[in-house]
Design a binder for this molecule. Structure first.
Ligand SMILES: Nc1ncnc2c1ncn2[C@@H]1O[C@H](COP(=O)(O)OP(=O)(O)OP(=O)(O)O)[C@@H](O)[C@H]1O
Ligand SMILES: [Mg+2]
Length: 395
């Protein structure tokens, strides 16, 4: 099975491109499900599904054609369906602490629940093998990153906290229960958590297997958007999730018109597109024009998918190497950059505000530093077995 995640800043075209990729794959004969985790749900709109049908689906899959289903996850429904015991406990807890019912219900949706719920779906569809391709239309970048980091966080939680918390409860319940009105979680709460954990097992391996999972970053030729794509790229890299493409969407075609206003925009965008190719190389960059109108309905989705992928099969793994990684060796941090074509030469290093620019001959790479390493300066570099190693140290 292939899992393709579309991530990017708000409004760049994630939902449209997820829909259009799904549609093309279904036409190629793959069985596809496109799942949207975006609370603002517009996936069904991209397919022009009437509201009544959306409501009737209640967060379950909607059939588009024989091969294609779409699903807009409804977090409230999911909670009723799966989170029952955990949720009821939290609701009770917030209720007893004097909050009104509506607010208590709202608060009981823990941060991260959306992400966890989506991970459950990833695992479910992966295990059931009903579909050949699962496409995830992720919410804007920040939450996407929470999504890929969630398995690690959960693992930690289950290992470190869960066992202790449960033991403490066994001892504390008889005592504390008598002293206060605040409810304590009972065994069903822990059972529910355990059950969950069981359902999530293996999802982290699925996400970091480049043969299965790809992230495609959707971007626009705009300064702020590019910056965010770069940041997302770095984080997905850190988590070991393979980014196999960058899709630059909404490029005004060069022949769009003669007026000076448009020409100026075309010019600005061209520069940003070049920048993007520079930043993300060697990851393939797909350039997609801004269409004359919004992209709704299967006909336009198909037009768009042809513009994105041409003759290529969207389920291909377009790129599989990790372009760079941060490694710690003897208390020192190194950036290890894949550069198979780079000859032995002098490496020039430059430190920007939060990035390191590495240049060797005509190879150039911009690497955004994670927060922890941001203050460090590049201290030197060497080329070894197709990799450039950059040493980082205190300024
Ligand atoms: N290449 C394109 N040409 C013309 N219109 C486009 C193109 N790509 C996207 N759009 C339009 O841009 C709008 C935003 O797209 P979309 O909803 O897919 O973005 P998104 O990244 O999912 O946004 P959000 O972060 O709010 O979920 C939609 O109206 C869509 O039809
Ligand atoms: Mg969207």
């Amino acid at each position: 099975m292939r899992i393709i995640l579309f991530s990017g800043k708000g409004g760049v075209g994630k939902t449209t491109i997820s829909a259009s990729t799904g549609y093309k794959l279904s036409k190629l004969g793959y069985r596809v499900i496109v799942v949207s985790l975006d609370p603002a749900h517009s996936l069904a709109d991209a397919f022009d599904i009437p509201d009544e049908e959306k409501f009737k689906a209640g967060g379950l899959p909607i059939r588009i054609n024989d091969n294609l289903f779409i699903q807009e996850i409804d977090i409230q429904e999911e909670i009723d369906r799966y989170w029952g015991d955990v949720y009821r406990f939290l609701e009770l807890l917030f209720n007893t602490t004097g909050l009104d019912e509506v607010l208590a219900e709202e608060l009981a949706i823990l941060p991260g629940m959306e992400e966890v719920t989506s991970l459950l779906y990833v695992n479910k569809y992966y295990r059931e093998k009903e579909f050949d391709v699962l496409i995830l239309d992720l919410p804007p970048t920040g939450e996407s990153l929470r999504f890929v980091s969630m398995p690690t966080v959960l693992k930690w939680y289950m290992k470190k906290i869960f066992k202790t918390e449960r033991m403490v409860m066994k001892v504390a319940r008889p005592v504390v229960g008598r002293l206060t009105d605040v409810p304590l979680p009972d065994e069903s709460y822990f059972k529910a958590l355990e059950n969950f954990y069981e359902k999530l097992k293996g999802v982290d391996e699925i996400l970091i297997d480049p043969q299965i999972t790809s992230v495609r970053l959707v971007s626009n030729p705009e300064k702020m958007v590019i910056k965010e794509s770069q940041r997302a790229f770095m984080y997905f890299n850190l988590f070991g999730v393979n980014v196999d493409g960058v899709i630059v969407n909404k490029i005004i075609p060069a022949d769009a018109g003669d007026c000076s206003y448009l020409k100026k925009w075309i010019d600005i965008q061209r520069k940003y597109v070049e920048k993007i190719e520079d930043y993300f190389s060697p990851v393939p960059v797909f350039k997609v024009p801004l269409l004359e109108e919004e992209v709704f309905g299967t006909q336009r989705l198909e037009v768009l998918s042809d513009l994105i992928y041409g003759d290529r099969d969207p389920s291909e793994v377009f790129f599989k190497e990790r372009p760079y990684e941060f490694i710690e060796r003897d208390g020192e941090y190194l950036i290890k950059i894949r550069a198979p074509f780079v000859k032995k030469d002098t490496v020039s290093l430059l430190k920007g505000e939060d990035e390191v620019v590495v240049r060797v001959g005509n190879f150039k790479s911009h690497i955004l530093l994670p927060r922890k390493l941001r203050k460090l300066e590049p201290k030197g570099a060497k080329i070894e077995d197709g990799y450039i190693f950059v040493r980082l140290g205190e300024a």
